[in-house]
Design a protein around this ligand. Structure first.
Ligand code: SAH
Length: 287
């Protein structure tokens, strides 16, 4: 596979671009694992991000109804067009995934799957974009990500982090396989993992999303600090409490009661809380 990719680039006289984060997949077994994880069905519509030379695109196109491939690099688009010219079900769009509006391509909620081996520096914004889309969430996302990022996304209490909460609030992430840096050309600097992210069936009803994330962000604002300290930074509407010191004292006591009411100890750290704990805190925020 490495030779196919190298020859293609040679033919078009282009080099892998660092700016576009180009590390092409050259490992057939890994390719098969991505395809298997996506559990492709003949009726599927796939949104592929960063198709590059089309190695994965072609595998996907053989098995599904349609592949919409978004590629930012115009040089790659040329290669891709030739590589997929016989495949009538591939639609190539030149553009930046972070600027794309899924509605424009008629991608309706839960009808499509996102599959991508994409540059690592856009992993978090891409995941956030697709999970936060209120009315166009994909059915699943299968992504190649940096190994450490995969581990952070799938973390559990007592090792939670802001990224894990942000993803697990919307979806269930799983690491499907670890991937060596040698599976890419040019070889990447770090090892990778294939992750599957399955959005929850129904959105959480009655939850104030902004408040949820405000509380979570405050909780994690200083790593390894006790919740009582981090959450005391939250701003409440309490006014006319008199002097600053008195205000802070009352404020702290309120935070303490709020935590205890939810069976959370004030000296616990944010890393130990589950999504359910954060939801309870959001639901009982009446200070
Ligand atoms: N999926 C291919 C290529 C991986 S390299 C393979 O596995 O071989 C990452 C690809 O993402 C490159 O083709 C790069 O040009 C493209 N890319 C980088 N930033 C992008 C963005 N913002 N939107 C869409 N594609 C992007």
């Amino acid at each position: 596979m490495a030779e196919i990719v190298k020859n293609l680039l040679r033919k078009y006289k282009i080099r892998p671009s660092k700016r576009f984060g180009q590390n092409f997949l050259i490992d057939k077994i890994v390719l098969k694992k991505i395809v298997a994880t996506a559990n492709l069905q003949p009726r599927d519509i796939i949104l592929e991000i960063g198709p590059g030379t089309g190695i994965l695109t072609k595998e996907l196109a053989k098995k599904v109804k349609k592949v919409i491939a978004i590629e930012k690099d115009p040089e790659m688009v040329k290669i891709l067009q030739e590589a997929t010219q016989d495949l009538k079900n591939v639609k190539i769009i030149q553009g930046d995934i972070l600027e794309l509006n899924p509605k424009r391509y008629n991608l309706k909620p839960k009808t499509y799957k996102v599959v991508a081996n994409l540059p690592y520096y856009i992993t978090s914004p891409v995941i956030r974009k697709f999970l936060e889309l209120p009315k166009a969430r994909p059915r699943i996302m299968v992504l190649m990500v940096q190994k450490e990022v995969a581990q952070r996304i799938t973390a559990k209490p007592p090792n939670m982090n802001l990224l894990a909460v942000s993803v697990q609030f919307y979806a269930k992430p799983n690491i499907m396989s670890y991937v060596s840096k040698r599976s890419f050309w040019p070889q990447s600097k770090v090892d990778s993992a294939i992750i599957k992210i399955v959005p929850h069936k129904s959105a959480l009803i009655g939850i104030n999303y902004n408040l949820f994330f405000e509380i979570v962000r405050a909780g994690f604002s200083q790593p390894r600090k006790q919740l009582i300290n981090n959450l005391s930074r939250l701003n409440f509407s309490s006014k006319n409490l008199g002097g600053q010191a008195k205000y802070l004292k009352i404020h702290r006591q309120k935070i303490k009661n709020w935590l205890l009411k939810n069976k959370i100890q004030p000296d616990q750290r944010a890393e130990t809380l589950s999504i359910r704990d954060w939801l309870k805190l959001t639901g009982t925020f009446r200070l």
